[in-house]
Design a protein around this ligand. Structure first.
Ligand code: NDP
Length: 307
């Protein structure tokens, strides 16, 4: 493909970095119906430098980020040297952040921030009680642990990889919970432990998490790494006033995006970003996609387009 094949758009971007998200894993391996039309350039996000712009907010040389908006699903995405997109989808790179750091965060980190903002919008505070993050060693989970700990929450990290305890504690988790403890069907109401939770996995784990959420607790659901199902009852909602709030990042409004990126720039330091990131070249994405589907990728995987 060359530049003439690129779709319509008012901004042309030289893509420097993309990332490998769970959704990219589904698209590349074909394990989930993510790609809606072919041919498709995958990659649900990217960061790069504007090459040409007919959009009033951007000019050549500006550093920009794009997450969501159907990239890698119904619109050509970030696994390419150039992308032509609508300027309305772009956000400027926050001050003090590098392009590679922005993609260490990427769609997963942005979604983690949306979850934290949603929990607090619904009333969660650090003194409300302990907060659980599921799929904690993954991309969304790692960033959620770091953000919540940074805001003063007592964070429990649930993982299937208990060998990652040191990693999760370095991110700020006060304890690590084995996900095997939450895998089996349990009672509709269990001991109320969690004041809040960020769930990235769904399925039986989310059902048990809801059943063990305390009075007035708030749970955000953003993922399905375990299952699309939710075998729960109404008990947590009608007997404990539990709130289950969905979080969707792809079509998040621009105002919310700008606010989330402002918080991310402030709350994630270079050291934390370094700790959660690993980089692969574009040519290594296919095997890496199989790894992410097998739950073997820790933290965030950046894709260096030039490598
Ligand atoms: P990752 O693959 O990086 O992380 C997912 C984690 O879930 C794994 O690291 C693993 O963590 C855990 N996990 C994997 N398989 C299972 C299983 N069978 N049962 C229980 N836990 C499992 O993915 P991302 O962090 O990129 O995404 C997480 C989820 O969030 C995905 O479902 C993704 O589609 C969704 N998502 C949704 C968005 C939205 O807008 N709503 C945006 C971004 C992501 P561990 O080893 O620690 O247990």
């Amino acid at each position: 493909m060359d530049e003439a094949d690129l779709p319509e758009g008012d901004v042309l971007v030289d893509v420097k970095y993309s990332t490998l998200n769970y959704k990219d894993g589904l698209a590349i391996t074909g394990m989930g119906p993510v790609v809606r039309s072919f041919p498709m350039v995958p990659g649900v996000d990217f960061a790069g430098v504007v090459a040409e712009s007919h959009h009033e907010d951007f000019k050549a040389g500006d550093e920009v980020i794009l997450t969501g908006w159907g990239l890698g699903e119904e619109r050509w995405g970030g696994y390419a040297e150039r992308a032509r997109v609508q300027g309305d989808w772009l956000v400027p790179l926050p001050q003090g952040m590098t392009l590679s750091q922005s993609m260490t965060i990427g769609t997963a980190g942005f979604t983690a921030m949306l979850c934290v903002m949603r929990l607090e919008q619904l009333g969660l505070r650090p003194d409300s009680g302990p907060v659980l993050v599921t799929g904690a060693s993954g991309g969304v989970g790692s960033v959620a642990v770091k953000l919540l700990a940074g805001r003063g929450y007592q964070v429990s990290a649930m993982t299937g990889r208990v060998e990652e305890e040191a990693y999760l504690k370095a991110l700020g988790a006060s304890e690590v919970i084995n996900r095997a403890d939450y895998n089996e069907p349990g009672k509709p109401l269990q001991k109320g432990i969690w004041a809040g939770a960020v769930d990235t996995v769904g399925g039986q784990i989310l059902a048990n998490l809801l059943a063990s959420t305390r009075q007035d607790g708030i749970v955000t659901a953003c993922g399905l790494a375990a299952s699309m199902d939710l075998p729960t009852t109404v008990a947590p909602f009608i007997l404990r006033n539990v709130t289950l709030a969905g979080v969707e990042s792809v079509y998040a409004a621009r105002k919310l995006r700008l606010e989330a990126w402002k918080h991310l720039a402030r709350e994630l330091d270079a050291e934390a970003l370094e700790r959660i990131s690993q980089t692969v070249g574009l040519s290594e994405v296919i095997p890496a996609a199989h790894d992410i589907m097998a739950g073997k990728v820790r933290g965030r995987m950046i894709v260096d387009i030039a490598r």
